[in-house]
Every structure is written in C-alpha cells, then in structure tokens.
Design a protein around this ligand. Structure first.
Ligand SMILES: C[S@@+](CC[C@H](N)C(=O)[O-])C[C@H]1O[C@@H](n2cnc3c(N)ncnc32)[C@H](O)[C@@H]1O
Length: 328
C-alpha cells in the first residue's frame, strides 16, 4: 500500500475540493467535528498552525472561530504539496488578513523559530508524517505552554470501513474482471454504428452488456443497460454513483463519438483516482500500536495527553477516527 505523492495531492487540491470528502463538507466541517475544534481553538493558545492543511478546511474554520470571538490571531496552514487555497477556492486574500499558507513544506521540518507557536492543530494530517520526526519538531516550535489537538484517521473508523468496501469491490472489478476494458469495448461498438437503435440490435452489444452486468450485479442487484433510466433520487453511495456515471456516459453522449470517449476516459480516471486515495487512507490510518507510540512520544517531549477518544459524527454516530489533545 502506498501514500499519495505531493504531486497527486496537488492535483486533488487544484480541483477546488475543500476536504478529502469530495463534495461533502463543502462549507467546512460541522457537527461534532466543529464542536471539537470550538473547544480546542480557544484564542488563548496563539498563534495557530494547521499541519497538512490541504485546501485549508481547518484553517478557514479556525479563522472564523477566532474572528467570532474577537481574537486577532494568525492561522498558518502547512502542507508538503504545492497548495494554492486562496486561488483554488477563489477567496480574496484581503478578506482573510490572519490566514496564511506555506506549501512545499514537510511538517517534519517546519520553517518556524523555536518556541513560536501556541497551538498546533491537524485534521487527517499528522498521521501522514512520521511521528518520530514530527513530534520532536513540534516540541521545538511550540511554546513552553502549548497545545496540540488532532483528529486522525484510525483503523476502526467508519470512513475506513466504507472506503475499504469500495476499494475491495472496485479493485476486483478493474483488475480481475476487466471492467474498464469492457466499457471501452462498448464505446468502440457505439463507434461502429450509426444509430443507437442499431447498437441495441447488435448481438455483440447484448453479449457485452451481459458481461458488464455479471460484474456489476453485486452493486446494482438488477440488470442495467446503456438505455436504463435511473431513478431521480440521488445515488445511495459512492459505488452506486460511479456505476451510474459509467452507464450515463452512453445515455448522455450516445451518438457523439468524441464526447463519449472523453467522458468515459474521465469516469475511468475518477475510479482510479479514488482507488488511489483509499489506498492512501488505509496506509495513513493510525493503528492501536501507532497510537500508543504517538502518546509515548508526546509524553517524552513534556506533553500530557488530556483527551484521546473516538470521534463520533452524525445521527448514526459514525466513527470518524481518533480525537486527541495534548497539553504542555
Ligand atoms: C488527508 S489530506 C489533509 C486534509 C486536510 N487537513 C483537511 O482537513 O481537509 C493529507 C494532506 O497531508 C499532506 N502531507 C502528507 N505528508 C505530509 C508531510 N510530511 N508534511 C506536510 N504535509 C503532508 C498531503 O499533501 C495532503 O494535503
């Protein structure tokens, strides 16, 4: 299993995603996640750095919280990728005088003076670096009285469980069952016909559809073809969404050979990119053993772990990973 490279992350953030949850949390983190940060970002521990900030979901939230409390505090997001959150999220720098970002920088080697930071925060970030390098580095840049507050992916989290199901299912479809090749063959078949009706009448079409449906049946539970009209309600989950998107390429662009090929390539790339991100997530997620290692490193550097529990989110109380606070 592998982590994504800084270039792969840059490509993801350049799409204008606010968090790694794609279209979820577009207005920033909310519910119990936001409540956790409301407690930790208190305006007393300053200035603030956000480790592995991506497009700054937590930086924007921290700035908003501090502003609402009348605190004039600098919040700096740091990421190893060449991030450009102001540009990519179309935010005006002048409206955020206390927000700053440093890209192309590993949190294992922070470009900050000793004892200069009051609060280090990170959501789904710290676990991407090596704890044994990052904790001594944080100890160096943090003030004598300081706080570290973290939300981290964990092996038990619902996010990991759900995404792992997607990963297992779709990597089998793509690698073992040759799903991409079958959709590409379908695209070529469309190329060879003048009308959609003649595609439909072709035995090769029926054979290909049979093969595609045999692969996708565990998700769809029913026979779907390139002419199936999907119900108006939104897709039930990510797997349902990707399956619909693949079929819809042929519905939306049936007769337009170039547009159809372009759309199909895009949808197949989307699946590959998501598989890569799940692999990254599974690699980064903190195990029980790594949590013990992190706590002992923190204690060795003079911090006391004052809070460490599963973060439960939403009405179903889904496990969103570990929340941890350490004070010195
Ligand atoms: C899951 S994303 C972070 C999401 C972000 N904190 C949020 O809440 O939307 C992980 C980020 O860690 C960054 N990263 C990975 N290793 C890093 C390192 N050693 N130093 C700094 N950033 C790193 C990646 O570039 C990526 O943007």
């Amino acid at each position: 299993m592998a982590l994504l490279s800084p270039e792969e992350w840059k490509r993801y953030w350049d799409l204008g995603n606010v968090t790694t949850f794609e279209r979820s949390f577009e207005d920033g983190y909310d519910g119990s996640i936001l409540e956790f940060w409301e407690h930790q970002i208190d305006g007393q521990h300053t200035p603030v750095i956000d480790l592995c900030c991506g497009n700054g979901a937590l930086v924007w939230a921290a700035d908003k919280l501090l502003k609402s409390r009348g605190a004039d505090v600098l919040v700096t997001g740091i990421d190893i990728a060449n991030i450009k959150p102001f540009v990519k999220l179309k935010r005006n720098k002048r409206a955020y005088p206390n927000v700053d970002f440093i890209g192309n920088t590993s949190i294992e080697k922070l470009p900050l003076p000793d004892g200069s930071v009051g609060l280090a925060i990170s959501q789904y970030g710290l676990e991407y670096a090596r704890f044994e390098s990052v904790i001594p580095e944080l100890s160096r840049v943090l003030k004598q009285q300081a706080r570290i507050a973290l939300i981290m992916h964990s092996e038990q989290s619902s996010i990991l469980q759900n995404m792992s199901l997607f990963f297992e299912t779709f990597s089998k479809f793509m690698l073992q069952d040759g799903l991409a090749e079958k959709f590409q063959a379908l695209d070529e078949l469309f190329n060879a016909h003048r009308t959609i009706d003649s595609v439909r009448a072709d035995d090769v079409y029926k054979k290909l559809m049979g093969e595609i449906n045999r692969i996708l049946y565990p998700i769809t539970g029913k026979y779907i073809d390139a002419f199936t009209v999907f119900p108006a309600q939104p897709p039930a989950n990510l797997m349902d969404l990707y399956v619909r998107n693949l079929f819809q390429v042929f519905q939306n662009r049936g007769a337009n050979n170039r547009a159809r090929k372009k759309d199909l390539d895009f949808q197949l790339r989307q699946i590959d990119a998501t598989l890569g991100r799940v692999e990254d997530l599974r690699t980064a997620a903190v195990s029980d053993q790594e949590l013990v290692q992190l706590k002992s490193l923190l204690e060795r550097h003079g911090f006391t772990v004052t809070h460490c529990e599963d973060l439960l989110y939403g009405p179903a109380k889904d496990n969103f990973g570990y929340s941890l606070v350490a004070e010195r």
